[in-house]
Design a binder for this molecule. Structure first.
Ligand code: UDP
Ligand code: GLC
Ligand code: MN
Length: 320
């Protein structure tokens, strides 16, 4: 058995389906590495059975909660408190080297060369590039490191409330010590960069190996028309649309047949449909909407519809 593994995490069925798409994408690019998933009790029994078709090992772990969920509230992503559960990946000492990948990532070219890198190798975070993004990282399992991380979490908390803050506190010399531990952006490309630096995307985009659907709007919340092979309502830029459609193509080709018999709940029960209104979108605050607007993703059928905007204008102009 290979002593190297790709590792991911899912604490609920939505992220587990993301993980199935990720695993399919890894196999599609020909990796022979062990595929390992950490799950918690939040993943239903049905989905666990299906996960076995995609992963070599499924391991049940305890949910680890952020010591400081208030910070996550402030970041408008309270659901990320559970991401500390990721720390369990350091306990997989049966492997000599691992690559952790968020279950909202999609691999489009083989990335086995990452196993030649040392702990901790990762890509700069687009929000604060002196920190690394913890959606993709190379690490070396170790009980000692696991225990130190847990001690640090209990003692100091995490500055962003999730694993990324804590890991950047622990590997605090990442940005200065060794440039070899900075991975190229092609190993963790976030869609926001196609809005913030489109010319760079146009120049280097063909090299991208991993797409990371970072942020509250995950591909599984988008409504997809399987017969047309297109998203229904997405109105962001063409590059972002292409990537989300790539995720859905993988989903329809490799995952959907395995889960369609299941009695899925919520947004998952409507995954491949033609009626966008039936999809349960995450509720969005004004800040989320503002951010979405900035990225060209207006909710033009709902809160940002022309009718609503017109009403707002009338109110301001005529005091109606
Ligand atoms: N995750 C999970 N359940 C959750 C939230 C997160 O299993 O409710 C895991 C999953 O692997 C996910 C990772 O933690 O990819 C990090 O969360 P997310 O990708 O949502 O954060 P983002 O990259 O958007 O900041
Ligand atoms: C980030 C990372 C994600 C991590 C989260 C919480 O934005 O993309 O992997 O779990 O922050 O720290
Ligand atoms: Mn992520």
């Amino acid at each position: 058995m290979s002593s190297e593994a790709f590792v991911t995490l899912a604490t609920n069925d939505n992220y587990a389906i993301g993980a199935m798409v990720l695993a399919s994408s890894l196999r599609q690019v020909g990796t022979q590495k062990h595929l390992f998933i950490l799950i918690t009790n939040g993943v239903s029994d049905n989905i666990r059975e299906v996960l076995a078709k995609f992963f070599d090992t499924i391991q049940l772990v305890d949910l680890l909660h952020s010591p400081d969920p208030k910070i996550l509230q402030a970041l408008k992503r309270p659901e990320l408190a559970v991401t500390l559960t990721k720390l369990h990946c350091w306990k997989l000492t049966q492997f000599t080297k691992c690559v952790f990948m968020d279950s909202d990532t999609l691999v489009i070219k083989n990335i086995d060369e990452l196993f030649e890198r040392d702990e901790l190798s990762a890509v700069p975070d687009v929000g604060w590039p002196d920190c690394f993004n913890s959606g993709v990282f190379v690490y070396q399992p170790s009980d000692v490191t696991f225990n130190q991380l847990i001690e640090m979490a209990a003692r100091d908390g995490s500055f962003d409330g999730g694993d990324q803050g804590l890991l950047n506190q622990y590997f605090s010399d990442w940005s200065t010590k060794d440039i070899g531990r900075h991975l190229s952006f092609i190993y963790n490309m976030t869609l926001a960069s196609t809005y913030s630096y489109l010319p760079a995307y146009k120049r280097f985009g063909q090299n991208v190996k991993v797409i990371h659907f970072l942020g509250a709007l995950k591909p599984w919340y988008c409504s997809y028309n399987a017969s047309m092979g297109k998203l229904n309502t997405f109105i962001g830029n063409d590059q972002a649309r292409d990537f989300i459609e790539k995720w859905w193509q993988m989903m329809v080709a490799n995952v959907h047949s395995a889960i369609e018999q299941l009695n899925l709940v919520g947004s998952m029960s409507n995954m491949v449909i033609d009626n966008p209104a039936a999809i349960q979108q995450p509720s969005s605050s004004n800040e989320d909407r503002y951010q979405a607007w900035q990225q060209g993703q207006m909710d033009y059928l709902g809160a940002d519809s022309f009718e609503n905007i017109q009403k707002r204008l009338d109110q301001s102009i005529h005091g109606q």
